[in-house]
Design a protein around this ligand. Structure first.
Ligand SMILES: Cc1cc2nc3c(=O)[nH]c(=O)nc-3n(C[C@H](O)[C@H](O)[C@H](O)COP(=O)(O)O)c2cc1C
Length: 414
């Protein structure tokens, strides 16, 4: 924490939901936080500034070029210097796009681009805007950069229509902020220092011909969140990823692959020199028995596919493990049955199985949030409630049943 109490920068943008920001300010202050409001020009149309100033006990900031105290009197940096977290609630479609593109043309966007503190977004807009491919692309890109989305809810919208796009409830926003406030460092924060963590992520594409493939909906967001959490704990990280739209942090060694076979080969090569393997990739269970060398043309006859099962990469790697290595597997299930998951955990030979319920649209594929059951082979079952994929990743590494460095561990030698 930068001061004696947590300090929140609340960004407000031009959404009809801006009136709810007043309630947020009140609730954050009740929790003992300092709140500074930074609004876009268009937010003026929706947010009663005088009320926001009375509730927050500070002037609402809008002007990039006004003078601030400290940091060479650069307003956006001075505000960031004293803040623990930047929450943008409501976040308009326009603001999400600007942040994704790195546009810094007012105080709030310049601040967001300069921020080294956690950024949380609570989108609020009509369903058509929220589900528009442009907005989806921007949200995915931001999630890949570690920006946390507090997903909007279904319900009545300002237009009178019903759909997804209502800003998340104050309770969910408060919970997300609490989760991302700096807490005293856990005792094992350096638990991965000097260790080599190998993460697999994203989907695999199994070619039918040079144009078409069988793939899946994995966005790679969970894998990227794991990468960041491992870096946070001091690990050296290698990422083996199927095709995604995400960019890994610069310090990560990245191997891009397409097919399950290529992922298997890359992981088999890297596994012997890693200390921890986290298999978050959604590897295709099947591949076409043969891929055509040229694009198949339509011939009015339909196309029956002969599919072959892909090898179980995780099980194969578990059989190769050396003492001291730690394996984490993921299971995407349509319902979570603890007994079956325990059987799966033991059959795969992993130290921790992270099971997700993919039938919940608020979590899983493409979402910035997830919930999971963490299963260990001794029968342990730890439920982790819905939270950002970053926060879930931290819990996974906290609970890693990691043995001390074995003598002669390659990471230690290298
Ligand atoms: C009455 C009205 C309500 C609006 N509500 C929303 C909204 O809820 N969410 C949104 O993304 N845009 C909404 N807009 C459009 C934004 O105000 C517009 O895109 C604006 O450029 C956003 O500016 P900003 O992102 O710089 O604050 C609304 C516009 C009007 C006229």
């Amino acid at each position: 924490m930068k001061g004696s109490s947590p300090s929140l920068l609340l960004g407000v943008t031009g959404s009809i939901a801006a009136y709810k920001s007043l309630d947020l300010i009140r609730r954050f202050r009740e929790e003992g936080m300092t709140v500074r409001v930074v609004a876009t020009d268009n937010a003026r149309q929706f947010l009663p500034f005088l009320s926001a100033e009375v509730f927050s006990d500070h002037k609402v900031e809008t002007d990039l070029f006004s003078e601030g105290e400290g940091t060479g009197r650069i307003r956006h940096l001075a505000l960031l210097d004293s803040a623990d977290i930047l929450l943008i609630a409501p976040a308009s479609a326009n603001f999400i796009a600007r942040l994704s593109l790195g546009i810094a043309d007012d105080l709030l966007s310049t601040m967001a681009l300069s921020a080294r503190i956690p950024i949380l977004l609570a989108p609020a807009m009509e369903e058509a805007m929220y589900l528009h491919p442009a907005t989806e692309e921007h949200r995915t890109r931001l999630a890949g950069r570690g920006v946390v989305e507090i997903s909007p809810e279904e319900g009545a919208l300002a237009s009178g229509r019903t759909g997804q796009g209502r800003m998340a409830s104050a309770e969910r926003i408060l919970a997300a902020v609490r989760q991302h406030l700096p807490s005293p460092a856990p005792s094992n924060i350096d638990s991965l220092k000097g260790r080599h963590v190998l993460v697999s992520s994203g989907p695999t594409y199994e070619p039918l011909d040079p144009v078409r493939f069988i793939g899946n909906r994995s966005s790679g967001l969970m894998g990227m969140a794991l990468v960041r959490a491992a870096l946070e704990r001091g690990a050296r990280v290698t990422l083996v990823t199927g095709p995604t739209a995400l960019t890994a942090p610069r310090e990560v060694e990245v191997l891009s692959v397409e097919t399950a076979q290529a992922m298997k080969e890359a992981l088999e090569r890297l596994f012997p020199v890693c200390d921890v393997l986290v298999m978050a990739a959604a590897v295709s269970d099947y591949r076409p028995a043969s891929a055509l060398a040229k694009k198949r043309k339509k011939n009015g006859k339909g196309w029956s596919l002969d599919l072959q099962e892909n090898p179980d990469i995780l099980k194969g790697l578990a059989a190769m493990r050396r003492p001291g290595q730690c394996l984490v597997g993921f299971a995407a299930e349509s319902s979570l049955d603890r007994e079956k998951l325990l059987e799966k955990c033991r059959a795969k030979g992993v130290d921790l199985l992270v099971a997700n319920d993919i039938s919940n649209p608020l979590t899983g594929f493409g979402s910035s949030e997830n919930e999971a059951l963490l299963i260990t082979p001794d029968g342990g079952c730890h439920p982790v409630s819905r939270r950002s994929k970053e926060a879930l990743s931290r819990v996974i590494f906290e609970r890693l049943p990691f043995p001390p460095f074995p003598a002669g561990s390659p990471s230690r030698l290298g």
